[in-house]
Design a protein around this ligand. Sequence first.
Ligand SMILES: *Cc1c(COP(=O)(O)O)cnc(C)c1O
Length: 382
Amino acid sequence: MEWRVPLADLNFDDEEEKAVSDVLHSRWLTMGAVTQEFEKEFAEAEGVKYAFAVSNATVALHLACLGLGIGPGDEVIAPSLTFVATTNAVLYTGADVRFADIIGLDELTISPEAIERQITHRTRAIMVMHYGGYPCRIEEIAAVARKHNLFLIEDAAHAPGASIQGRSLGTWSDAGCFSFFSNKNLSTGEGGMLVTDREDVAAKVRTLRSHGMTTLTWDRHQGHAYSYDVVDLGYNYRIDEIRSALGRVQLKKLAGSNARRGEITRHYWQEFSNSGLVLPFSQVEGSPSYHIFPIILPEGADRKYFIDCLREEGIQTSIHYPSIHGFSYYQKRYLGISLPVTEAAAAREVTLPLYPTMTDEAVELVVQSVRKTMAAMGKGSH
Ligand SMILES: *Cc1c(COP(=O)(O)O)cnc(C)c1O
């Protein structure tokens, strides 16, 4: 389908094309010097000691868990209003998830009080997710983690370039994980980054990312090593130079991209301020990355009708997210879980188009179409 206004779009130009072409001409495609540069620049930008570029954020989350020694018999507390990768990564390790509810319809991140209620003698870690690139209650949650001697992991897939109190999201914890999937704020197609200040986690991640091997193909190519040992059961979670080259260009554009996303977001908030919609995060502190623009429809509103009306106008929308505990696989695994606020958000949320190259005309079309649809719904004309 050809949308007049798509949900998301790349912020790519000749620079990305040139970066890829430079890699092709260098004749070195797998993890090497370009990836090292990307990691160095990313670590600097986020203000963190170690950064490891990997195949995607899902494996970054898996490595974060493994790097902290999470495994069978352990429990990790996590939100259910997130992408399924957040908790899948926990399950890969053999550990179990305990879901905690979100704060409210105006703040869709995990609740510190709900986290405390889920702590058992098996709990090893808390996994938070900075929904939409808006800071979760990270300071309070870090205090809960300290009090109960738990690890803290941040799913910062939405949050490159975001911060609170001047400290980057993804760097408030034992490990933070970023996604560079096409529709994320920093796009490389597939790709991700794990950041940490902990030397022990860094050492683990460095070997587990590449089969548990002590040296890399790149080191051997450089003449730094001629053989290797395998010291752990690792994986092939590597990124490649083409994606790292895209990442370096995208990182340079990140601040500008996020600023434009912020401008559009504030415009939407203003235009929808008396619309009957709940506007999540419009009161949240910090410096977000404005990854997506979520709205919450009035209670009892027909979401399918709303989405169909926008589709008629050529406007693409999405839902962030169907709750994880509602998926068949998770329902079978975790019977009878009730998270009332998450369930209300999952039933009433709609995500409107937001991307840095979005024109003022496209924003205006979305605003007018939403207004028209809300008016039609108010009159009960469907
Ligand atoms: C996109 C996303 C992921 C997974 O990222 P991939 O890079 O696609 O593996 C994890 N968590 C959240 C919240 C995401 O939005």
